[in-house]
Design a protein around this ligand. Structure first.
Ligand code: ASP
Length: 354
């Protein structure tokens, strides 16, 4: 397959830099309005692993395979990447040093969904979620029993904590102070905390790196996966938005699909992915619908803490094959990887509150 290489993509390859090392503003190739193409697969991962994931998903779609196969196999590539510290194997652990994974999958064609939460020792949680979806009448399995379930279905029990993640966790423990999750909802008390790399933040220090994968196959059927190791150093047992259908992921075969990353607590409270799909059903384009959801969340906080803008990123596709992504705050707009018959590109979305 001939690959369309964007100028920016070519640049990053030629100079051996990672995707994240370059600023989109220097190479404004792909702007927010997206062309319509089917089949289509996108992910919120824009590094080389994200690109590999798109190639894997695309191979399935190009052969006429289903959207649900494409999103699962594409997400597996990201889950199995030991270098990625926000998803699957190599993900950052909870505060006890244990990697606990959350994942969900939704198949628009069958209107079915499956998910797992706090799953330990399985490298590909979205595939376990798929077994829950297809082999049971339930939606979500959690913790030890989710692991038992996975073992019964032939998934291998493995150590998920890499040396890199363990070191990061130990460094975090050394600095343990007022930056953990114990205590009341601090964002409601106007507390400001510093986080590494930023001048000032309203948020507790966390690293994130969840991935959303959304696809439409040649029949127009839509599917999605959201998979994550959750907020780093979270309280053991904490479940984020990723495995919650309607929060971290939602698919409506007649309308489109949406996925979320970022502070899961707010994505859960706002049912963000469901809201985005609902807005698209009302006629909004994917990007507009994602921005609507951000504004809806910010509005909720206006009365309790007007300075609080939870760090979220939303991605969406519609039935026509249009896509969009946005970010709550920050200098750099949200980005996604996109794969169509025209090849692989990286697409730049927007920042809602600059
Ligand atoms: N949304 C994920 C969670 O809250 C974290 C992330 O996106 O990185 O678990």
């Amino acid at each position: 397959m001939s690959k369309k290489i964007s100028r920016r993509h070519f640049f990053s390859r030629s100079f051996g830099l990672s995707a994240g090392a370059l600023l989109f503003k220097d190479f404004p190739i792909f702007q927010s309005s997206a062309a319509s193409k089917i089949p289509l697969i996108i992910t919120s991962h824009t590094n080389e692993t994200g690109e590999k994931a798109m190639e894997t998903g695309w191979e399935i779609l190009a052969k006429g395979g289903s959207a649900v196969d494409a999103v699962e196999k594409a997400a597996n590539i990201i889950e199995l990447d030991a270098e990625g510290m926000g998803v699957g194997f190599g993900g950052l652990p909870n505060e006890n040093g244990v990697v606990q994974l959350d994942a969900s999958i939704m198949d628009g064609k069958t209107y079915n969904a499956g998910s797992v939460a706090c799953l330990e020792n399985i490298k590909t949680p979205c595939s376990v979620a798929r077994v829950v979806m297809e082999k049971t009448d339930h939606i979500m399995l959690v913790g030890r029993d989710a692991l038992e379930f996975a073992r019964k279905w032939g998934f291998k029990k493995e150590d998920l904590l890499t040396e890199k993640a363990r070191e990061r966790w130990l460094r975090w423990k050394e600095r343990l102070s007022d930056r953990d999750d114990w205590g009341p909802s601090e964002h409601l008390k106007n507390l400001k905390k510093k986080s590494p790399g930023s001048k000032e933040s309203d948020e507790i220090e966390h690293y994130s790196g969840t991935t959303n994968v959304l696809a439409i196959d040649k029949n127009g059927d839509i599917a999605g996966v959201t998979t994550t190791s959750g907020l780093s150093f979270k309280i053991p047992g904490r479940v984020g938005d990723s495995p919650i259908i309607g929060a971290g992921l939602y698919v409506d075969n007649e309308v489109g699909a949406a996925g979320a990353t970022g502070r899961g607590e707010d994505v859960i409270k706002s049912c963000a992915s469901f809201y985005i799909v609902l807005r698209m059903k009302e006629g909004r384009k994917p990007l507009d619908a994602c921005e609507d959801a951000m504004k809806m969340i910010a509005d909720k906080y206006r009365k309790v803490n007007p300075n609080f803008f939870p760090g979220e990123q939303f991605v969406a596709i519609n039935k026509q094959g249009e896509y969009g992504c946005t970010q709550m705050r920050g200098k750099r707009p949200a980005r996604i990887s996109v794969m169509t018959k025209d090849g692989y590109t990286r697409h730049e979305g927007t920042v809602v509150f600059k």
